[in-house]
Design a protein around this ligand. Structure first.
Ligand SMILES: [Zn+2]
Length: 139
């Protein structure tokens, strides 16, 4: 059974590789390379895979899942300038793809356990654009 929890956070970023100059970054990332940054209201959907416990009827403790997402994503990323305040985005370009990978990396050790695993991280940058990341095998 798949269970998904959704959360929103707001953050700003610059899509620019610190190893390239401004012209190269504009060529690669367009307006998103503007060094002054711009913001998004990100929508994150975290999907876990497991079986409903026959006694509790739950796949995971929903309060615990909410708290893990709060601790690992919302608290460190909400209302932050990702490139300046949230490692590894001082070195890794905070594209939607890379943010989803980082969220996966942060959540997985706190979610995976006997019978329960992190299945997918879906991150919407806008209503029209999202990425799905399910770990190395499919990413
Ligand atoms: Zn952007």
């Amino acid at each position: 059974m798949l269970l998904t929890r959704k959360v929103e956070f707001s953050a700003s970023h610059v899509c620019a590789d610190p190893g390239r100059n401004d012209a190269e970054n504009y060529a690669l990332y367009g307006a998103a390379a503007n060094p002054h940054g711009h913001g998004h209201n990100y929508v994150l959907e975290v999907t876990v895979d497991g079986q409903a416990d026959p006694v509790t009827g739950m796949v995971v403790d929903l309060r615990e899942l909410k708290q893990v997402i709060e601790d690992e994503v919302v608290e460190p990323m909400d209302h932050r300038f990702l490139n300046r305040e949230v490692p590894p985005f001082d070195r890794v370009v905070p594209t939607t793809e890379n943010i989803a990978i980082e969220i996966w990396r942060r959540l997985r050790p706190r979610i995976d356990r006997a019978g329960v695993s992190l299945k997918n991280v879906r991150l919407y940058e806008t209503a029209d654009l999202y990425v799905d990341y399910g770990g190395e095998a499919c990413g």
